[in-house]
Design a protein around this ligand. Structure first.
Ligand code: IMP
Length: 201
């Protein structure tokens, strides 16, 4: 059953959009962004989990744009910091903080517990809503560690401090393709692409 020819990707984050276009680009579907629809004020992301926020955003934007909508919520979970920055990743420290400032704060907090494990993961929750119904939900994760120091200039956000052991590098030291092959957004959007392929033909 064909769900749609057009789907709204409800994010204003250019870095995420670049990755999402790469991951969904082969589908016979027109990807619209929030730039293609009348301006919609962003909702408050009040959810306690990535999945809550992805659903909240998908329901909100689908209702406002009257289009089938994909929303995602993602972030970095650091075990030694009780899961912070977590759902607050985009606002961690201050909404306008730079990433070097955020990294410094993360290292400051980790230095307070030198014996704690440095394990961390990126999480990406994706939800599809159309006509008021949740049609698809998935979560992608990638396990890694907080690097000894930030390294690399590819990627975005927290990539320079996310060390991925199988590559022996941070996700900011590898190509976009290498990142998407293993990372949270790659996993979640490949599952979405698979679902769209089967429901859209
Ligand atoms: P959201 O827009 O509320 O989902 O916030 C996502 C935030 O998590 C981004 O602004 C980044 O700070 C962080 N984040 C999510 N995915 C990635 C990634 O792939 N690399 C680095 N940081 C990420």
């Amino acid at each position: 059953m064909r769900v749609t020819h057009r789907i709204l990707i409800a994010t204003t984050n250019r870095d995420k959009l670049r990755e999402i276009r790469e991951l969904l680009g082969d589908l016979p579907i027109t990807l619209l962004t929030l730039d293609d629809v009348a301006a919609i004020a962003p909702p408050e992301e009040t959810g306690l989990t990535f999945a809550d926020n992805a659903r909240l955003k998908a329901e909100y934007y689908a209702a406002h744009a009257q289009l089938p909508t994909v929303a995602e919520d993602s972030g970095l979970v650091i075990d030694a910091l009780n899961g912070e920055p977590g759902v607050h990743s985009a606002r961690f420290l201050r909404p306008d903080a730079t990433y070097p400032e955020r990294f410094a704060e993360i290292y400051r907090r980790l230095d307070e517990q030198p014996d704690a494990p440095r394990t961390a993961r990126f999480v990406c929750a994706v939800t599809v809503v159309a006509a008021g119904a949740v049609l698809f939900e998935t979560i992608g994760t990638v396990e890694g560690e907080i690097a000894d120091a930030p390294r690399g200039s590819a990627g975005f956000g927290y990539d320079p401090i996310f060390y991925y052991p199988p590559y022996g590098m941070t996700l900011a030291e590898v190509s976009q393709d290498a990142k998407l092959a293993v990372a949270h957004r790659g996993k979640a959007f490949r599952a979405l692409a698979e679902w769209l392929r089967h429901s859209a033909v």
